[in-house]
Design a protein around this ligand. Sequence first.
Ligand code: SF4
Length: 349
Amino acid sequence: MQTLPAARWSCHGCGACCREFRLGPVEPEVVAALTSAGAATLAGCEDWVVREPGPGGEVGWFLRHRDGACVFLLPDNRCVIHAELGAEAKPGFCQEFPFRRLRDPNGEILMIRASCAGFHASSVTGEPLAEQIVAFSTLPRLGPPAVFAPDAVAILPGAGVGLADWMRLEGALLRRWQQVDAGVQEPEDTARQLMIAATDALGRTLPAGRYRLAADAVREGMRLVVNAAITQESGETEAWQRSLVRDVLRILDANGERRPLAVDARRYLHLLLGQALLGKQVVAAGSLAALFGRFVFELDLVRTSPGEGPVDAASASAVLVPWLRFSENPMVTAMLRRAAPALVELASG
Ligand code: SF4
């Protein structure tokens, strides 16, 4: 199993994964087993699980939130199912989070989801991910890996390469990424250098981008999505969802002076770029240019965040954790796909 070189992660016990997400879908057999084991007593309520549509529209079981947290989360951030019934009694997504397993033509890949707050907090000091492969492989309940096997991968919108060529190109880009002095080079420059290497391989040249215009256009488009989400809020909207949407609006509105990055922030953002590439986020982005453009846009959110002096890694993650969680929403993904022309300009420099 392959991991991103230099990737690290340790659980900080923050409990954010049991608060700031939709908690499901839970496997029907787990719902049945927990019901028999007295989940209602552990949760202190009968309606600890509800059937509702998931992000893709399919109906499934989801754990309830109470006061902004999973009904099974104890005040000290421990899980009462884990404490009383053992780790293997928990739903599969609880056991697997924040790991993400992928299969591509070269084998399996183990990643940490960037939406995990601990990933950001432990990206420098955490346990090497490569040393956690055995522990992950022996988790009691593992879902099937996501499979990466598209016929073709777009480098620019409408222009791409077949799967075998993509795997060679991805390997070459990751080797270049690894050779960068991450504490020195600006992460935008790394993304653009990789983009130039990819378009060279495609026999194309990139036009010069209009950075400020493109960044403001994406920012405005995202404000529309956030305001639409606020308009659609109802009595069903959970407190954590309202809070996430307002955090993202604050991030989008904070369009101040662009600040430099501190060395630890450069290293952290460099890691996020490599993770996006190895994690095949090119598929969700629609093209490699859109993926790198989105990364440059996220750097713009970090650099224009309120404060003085260089942005350090902790401040960068304070911007990116809510943004990355919010952008997992299908409405946001769809909007980012429509913003592809502006994202390509951001990737072009
Ligand atoms: S069941 Fe336990 S691990 Fe899963 S979200 Fe609830 S508190 Fe967290």
